[in-house]
Every structure is written in structure tokens, then in C-alpha cells.
Design a binder for this molecule. Structure first.
Ligand SMILES: Cc1ncc(C[n+]2csc(CCOP(=O)(O)OP(=O)(O)O)c2C)c(N)n1
Ligand code: SF4
Length: 333
């Protein structure tokens, strides 16, 4: 009998070139351990990335890997999955790579629902190019490119994904493997584009940006772990989120003897798009940060529709060259 795989079996002999203490290390460990836990086959696993510190990820995974062009990993992932639907395709991107230069490509891979796991490492900054502000940077972010503070309104990666019609949206924290690993497993099991935003600490250019809700000491008060079918409770069950039906907003309520009965707390329904919208757009700071699988509502994946001829498509002939030569073509006199 083969020995069970361990995280080490998914590590390479490459020297890891991230700054000491970078959150990327914890994510790498968690992904390696998760793949070992689910007995993934390195020969059928492929990591595709764009450009950035986070995009160095494929070098460190003992699997197939493509370190591609800035923002263009979705195009490579699409080609790979269509050419070989057997592959387990993981796409690793940063907030700059995925939402700035690659925003357009990310939009389309999500709406097409290609069967891939998309891990967006959100550190709210460009790490590799020395700390310019990114599409997720908060207003007022000071950086070498904006010494007086950014005035750009940031995008929420989760809300962007929902707007692009993504069918699976989840969130996790780099150093919280206990909760990140199940999210990665769920993403891998999902047949379609599984979008996972991971809050990642760039200790050099945006140190402790997420400390408000990441700090272990206060996490119970500042995080809400969404589980399908369970009430949206936090603070050890003493608080919860309730729907205010007049304002159509979520409000924080005390639960129990000094507050409302637990039955009044909203029950998480991961198939409910409206609920996902509310959770993904909760203002940071005044609400706990929703984590875990926030939205999961499967639909036909792009690769399945492609391979099995979607009913709306005519039968494929596979003869692209013939099709190109058909009809009128421009000819030089
Ligand atoms: C076409 C092109 N434009 C710009 C760059 C410079 N560049 C490299 S990485 C990067 C942003 C990386 O930021 P992010 O995706 O957030 O990744 P991080 O380094 O923070 O992990 C930029 C602008 C490039 N390599 N290629
Ligand atoms: S610059 Fe930031 S994101 Fe890049 S390796 Fe260093 S700590 Fe990590």
C-alpha cells in the first residue's frame, strides 16, 4: 500500500523568495497540507498564476505549474482545462494581478464558470513592485505612488465576483489554516469557478492591514463564520445578524436573555444571492468580517458545456481550419 501523502510531498526544492514573515508562506503550507489531506494527485494538478509575489506560488508546489503573463492566468487556465478536463486547475492571483490589469480576464473566467479554484491573495497593495496602491486599497492608503493618500474607491473582490455571476464565493485568512483548509476543500469539490479571497499580510508594504478582524484575541467579536443552514452568530453566540425588513439591511443584535431569541437571527443560506450580496458588502469595521463559504449555487461549468456540447450549441466539427477558410476572406490583389 502507498504511504499517505503529506504536505511535504507537495513542496518543491525551490528556494522560497518571499520576505520573511510574508502571509504567503502560511497559505502555501495550508494549500500543500489540504492537497495531501484530499489525496490529490500531483500528476493531475496544475497551478497557474500571473505576475506578483503571490504569483510565484507555482514554483513552490510539487505539481504542474505555469507562471504566466500579468493578469492573464485565466486565459491559460481556460486553455488547460479545455485541453485536458481531467486536470485539477488552481489559479493563483493577487489583488493587483487579478483586479487591475487582469480585471477583465477574471470577470470572464468567473461568468463562464470554468472549473477551477481561483485563489485571490488580497493584501490591498502591490507587493512585488514595492507598494503602489491597488484596486482593493482603502481610501487614504499612503504608498510610494500616492504619498498624500489614495482617493480611489476600492473594489470588494467578493462583490466583484458576485457581480460577474460567480457561483462559488468564499473568504479566508492566511494564518487561519483551521478555517481556510475546509474552504479550499469545498472550492476544489465545486464543479465550476470557485473564487476564494484570502486576506494576506504583506508585512513589508501593508503590515497588519487586516489586524482589526484577524487578531486572534478579538477574533470571536470581529469574525463571523458562515455555515449553510446555521444562524449567523458570532461573539460565542452572544451576538448575531438579523434582517431589518424595513431597511433591507443586516443589523447586529444581542442574542439570548438580554436580546432577541436565536430564532430571530438570520440563517445562512449559501444559495441565496441576495444574502450573499448583503454579506459581501457589509461595511468593514462596523460589522464582523464574514468568512467561509458565503455563496455556492452550482451551474453547468464552462468545460462541461464545451466538452458535452451545450444544447444551445451546434455540434462541433473540430475542424477550425476549415471554418476559418470558409466564406469570404480578405485577399491581397
Ligand atoms: C504588463 C505589466 N505591467 C506591469 C507589471 C508590473 N507588475 C508586476 S507585479 C504587479 C502587481 C502585483 O501586485 P499583486 O497582484 O497585488 O501581487 P502581490 O505582489 O501583492 O502578491 C505589477 C504592477 C508587469 N510585470 N507587467
Ligand atoms: S513584498 Fe509583501 S507580498 Fe511580497 S513577499 Fe514581501 S511581504 Fe510578501
Amino acid at each position: 500500500m502507498n504511504k499517505p501523502l503529506t504536505a511535504k510531498d507537495f513542496a518543491t526544492d525551490q528556494e522560497v523568495r518571499w520576505c520573511p514573515g510574508c502571509g504567503d508562506y502560511a497559505i502555501l503550507k495550508c494549500v500543500q497540507k489540504t492537497l495531501a489531506d484530499v489525496e490529490a494527485d500531483p500528476n493531475k494538478t496544475v497551478f497557474v498564476s500571473g505576475i506578483g509575489c503571490s504569483s510565484r506560488f507555482p514554483y513552490y508546489m510539487n505539481a504542474y505549474g505555469f507562471h504566466t503573463i500579468h493578469g492573464r492566468a485565466p486565459a491559460f487556465a481556460t486553455g488547460l482545462k479545455l485541453a485536458n478536463p481531467e486536470l485539477d486547475v488552481w489559479l493563483v492571483t493577487g489583488d493587483g494581478d487579478g483586479l487591475s490589469i487582469g480585471g477583465n480576464h477574471l470577470l470572464h473566467v468567473l461568468r463562464r464558470n470554468l472549473d477551477t479554484q481561483i485563489l485571490l491573495f488580497n493584501n490591498e497593495i502591490y507587493g512585488l513592485t514595492k507598494g503602489q496602491y491597488s484596486p482593493t486599497s482603502r481610501v487614504g492608503t499612503r504608498s510610494p505612488s500616492t504619498p498624500t493618500g489614495s482617493i480611489d474607491a476600492p473594489v470588494s473582490p467578493g462583490a466583484f465576483a458576485l457581480g460577474a455571476n460567480a457561483r462559488f464565493i468564499a473568504r479566508g485568512i492566511d494564518t487561519d489554516a483551521k478555517n481556510l483548509s475546509p474552504v479550499l476543500k469545498a472550492a476544489r469539490e465545486f464543479k465550476g469557478a470557485a473564487f476564494v479571497e484570502i486576506f494576506q499580510n504583506c508585512i513589508v508594504y501593508n503590515k497588519d492591514r487586516f489586524e482589526d478582524f484577524v487578531a486572534k484575541k478579538t477574533a470571536a467579536e470581529t469574525q463571523i463564520h458562515c455555515e449553510h443552514g446555521k444562524p449567523l452568530l458570532f461573539a460565542k453566540g452572544e451576538k448575531g445578524l438579523k434582517l431589518n425588513t424595513s431597511t433591507l439591511t443586516l443589523e447586529i443584535v444581542d442574542v439570548g436573555d438580554n436580546g432577541v431569541p436565536v430564532e430571530d437571527v438570520l440563517v445562512h443560506d449559501e444559495t441565496n444571492r441576495v444574502m450573499a450580496q448583503m454579506l459581501l458588502t457589509l461595511p468593514m469595521g462596523s460589522y464582523p468580517m464574514p468568512l467561509g463559504v458565503i455563496y455556492r449555487d452550482p451551474a453547468t461549468s464552462f468545460d462541461d458545456a464545451f466538452t458535452h456540447h451545450h444544447p444551445t450549441q451546434r455540434k462541433r466539427t473540430g475542424k477550425v481550419a476549415d471554418a476559418l477558410r470558409k466564406g469570404s476572406v480578405w485577399k491581397k490583389n
